[in-house]
Design a protein around this ligand. Structure first.
Ligand SMILES: [Zn+2]
Length: 599
């Protein structure tokens, strides 16, 4: 049997188990089954109930039963309340009639149990005549309208709130939807919490129908649900973050069905040149003061690693283009620092990704190194802990590169939530121009033997939507630095408030940047056919923080209608790409063998 006030408040504050037995008994509904309590119809008690943004007044009578009231079946507030939750309420031929969707429920005077369609709850105070007028128990609103009634401490007001009937994951495990269904439209807001990273959905006005609801995803782990607040109700859903997880929220307008798309992308493989390889061996073996995971591949692979901070302590190693032959492997270690290692085919389509999940006991020290044999990778887990705030949380690497030439990191400026400069007249954004130009440049360079790494090769943020410029640019530079690229080229379009301003420029910061810019400059300016704005020295983030010769190219001005029209044509972008490829080739033949390739 369900009590709407005392049991929920006790649950909310977690007091139930702490209460002495006598007090807990007193919080139980009075009277056992078959032993109806004595009903003493008492004073009139007007109740102001807040429901879905409006207030409805009900004239009730106390009953002598705790938190139960009688309300005239013909009280005009009842049909109003019912209609808010999509139901009809009528007193007809001496019976209460409630319709909600396909459901049609009747309740007569003296009836001690609700119909089975609405749960069949036994009524402590059945419907009865009071002063000749039919009255029904207030608590039956909960069953008949699928709502939760919460009374304020003053006993004069309360909340009628929809029930969250289900929260579950639907669809396939790689791209599941978290679907929240409620008995009436809910609104929500979302926000992120850091350390550990998690995504929070606060559902306003919804009460969990069953507090024991659990949602578990094989990769994400437990999605936690809780009644954060009652009267007014807030239900909180907390999704733990894992690498490659993106969450797409629906529009925040009120809805009975709210679906969040959880896309598990695996990693945003910065380099796509790597051919598919097999994982030919995987083992976990002890080493001096720790354990090591040894992976052997059939050829060069790249990897991305990331780790979650305490209390989660999981370490992820993603291997794009790697195929795990055979079933998933699991190693139980339990040495106090390392709990277990799981290796599985995380994704097969559109490209394979093998994922290694390392469950650490604590913030154990880890190190990724090349193995003793070619195309192998060793993850050391030491019997030593890191200071979690000092930990790097993400990184990239390769066992080696497949092509014989140099490694160039191409950075198409902006992307995802950041369009960069926009030419509204032409409907052209900087992010699409830079991406297309870089994809063209990558194709040319690959045919000339370069290993090409791209900070992005589709329309997205490299860090995450809504990140600061520093985080976004930092994520781009980190790809180039981690993969020890030989050169870094960031491609942009310029813009000015003065639409007459035009021309092509190259930007450098470090001394080593100038040599690269000087090789790119003549062919680029000739191909662009625009005024030459020269090589300029600027403390741009990607130039200052890259550990290799880098240049930022401002191709032309999107704010100038003539140049924007040119940038909008594929032929012009191809022309610029070829010019940059030629310049990079000249640079490579003059300097690359003599220049150290990063750290
Ligand atoms: Zn830009």
């Amino acid at each position: 049997m369900r009590r709407f006030w005392s049991a929920w408040m006790a649950l909310l504050f977690g007091l139930l188990s702490a209460l002495p037995v006598a007090a807990r008994e007193a919080a139980e509904p009075q009277g056992a089954v078959g032993d109806l309590p004595v009903v003493v119809v008492g004073e009139a008690r007007p109740l102001n109930l807040k429901a879905l943004g409006t207030t409805v007044l009900l004239k009730t009578r106390t009953t002598g039963v705790e938190d139960e009231f009688l309300v005239a079946a013909t009280d005009p507030g009842l049909p109003r309340l019912a209609s808010l939750f999509g139901a009809e309420w009528a007193w007809q031929d001496g019976r209460l009639l409630v319709r909600r969707g396909d459901l049609k429920v009747e309740l007569g005077l003296g009836q001690e149990e609700l119909p089975p369609d609405v749960g069949g709850r036994r009524l402590e105070v059945p419907a009865r005549l009071v002063d000749g007028a039919p009255h029904v128990p207030l608590s039956c609103l909960e069953d008949l309208l699928a709502v939760r009634l919460t009374l304020a401490a003053d006993g004069k007001s309360g909340w009628v709130e929809p029930l969250i009937q289900s929260i579950r994951l639907e669809g396939d495990a790689r791209r599941p939807k978290l679907v929240i269904r409620s008995s009436a439209p809910l609104t929500f807001k979302t926000f992120s919490l850091r350390r550990p990273d998690r995504y929070v959905i606060d559902l306003a006005g919804g009460v969990l129908d069953t507090p024991a609801l659990r949602v578990t995803h094989p990769e994400l782990g437990d999605i936690r649900l809780g009644q954060f607040q009652l009267g007014p109700a807030i239900t909180r859903v907390v999704i733990p973050s894992v690498p490659g997880l993106t969450i797409v929220a629906p529009r925040p307008g009120p809805s009975r069905e709210i679906a969040f798309e959880l896309a598990m992308q695996g990693i945003a493989a910065p380099a796509r040149d790597f051919p598919v390889q097999k994982v030919t061996a995987a083992r976990v073996e002890p080493m001096a003061s720790g354990q090591r995971v040894v992976l052997q591949f059939s050829g060069p692979v790249q990897y991305e690693w990331s780790r979650l901070l305490p209390p989660d302590n999981r370490f992820f190693l993603d291997l794009p283009q790697a195929i795990l032959v055979g079933p998933k492997q699991e190693f139980q270690v339990q040495d106090g620092h390392l709990r277990s290692v799981r290796i599985s085919q995380f994704q097969t389509e559109p490209a394979p990704i093998t994922r290694v999940v390392v469950d650490l006991e604590k913030a154990a020290q880890t190190r990724l190194t090349a193995g003793e044999t070619p195309h192998s990778l060793v993850l050391e887990i030491r019997h030593d802990t890191i200071e979690p705030t000092m930990a790097m949380l993400k990184g990239y690497g390769t066992t080696s590169f497949p092509a014989s030439g140099g490694v160039v990191c191409l950075d198409p400026g902006h992307g995802g939530s950041d369009p960069g400069a926009v030419n509204r007249a032409l409907g052209l954004t900087e992010k699409e121009v830079t991406l297309d130009l870089c994809l063209r440049l990558a194709r040319i360079l690959r045919t000339r033997g370069w290993n090409v790494v791209m900070t992005r090769d589709d329309d997205r943020d490299v860090s995450w939507a809504g990140s600061s410029a520093r985080e976004e640019l930092g994520a781009r530079v980190q790809i180039a630095n981690d993969l020890a690229a030989d050169v870094f080229v960031s491609v942009h379009c310029n813009a000015s408030v003065n639409s007459a301003v035009k021309g092509t420029s190259l930007h450098t910061f470090k001394g080593s940047d100038s040599l690269l810019a000087e090789e790119l400059h003549p062919t680029l300016v000739a191909a662009a056919g625009r005024p030459d704005r020269g090589i300029q020295k600027d403390r741009f983030y990607v130039l200052a923080h890259s550990r290799m010769p880098a240049v930022l190219v401002e191709t032309a001005f999107l704010s100038n209608s003539e140049e924007a029209r040119l940038l909008g044509t594929p032929e012009y972008r191809q022309q610029l790409a070829e010019a940059l490829a030629d310049g990079l080739g000249r640079y490579a033949s003059r300097y690359l063998k003599q220049t150290t390739a990063g750290p």
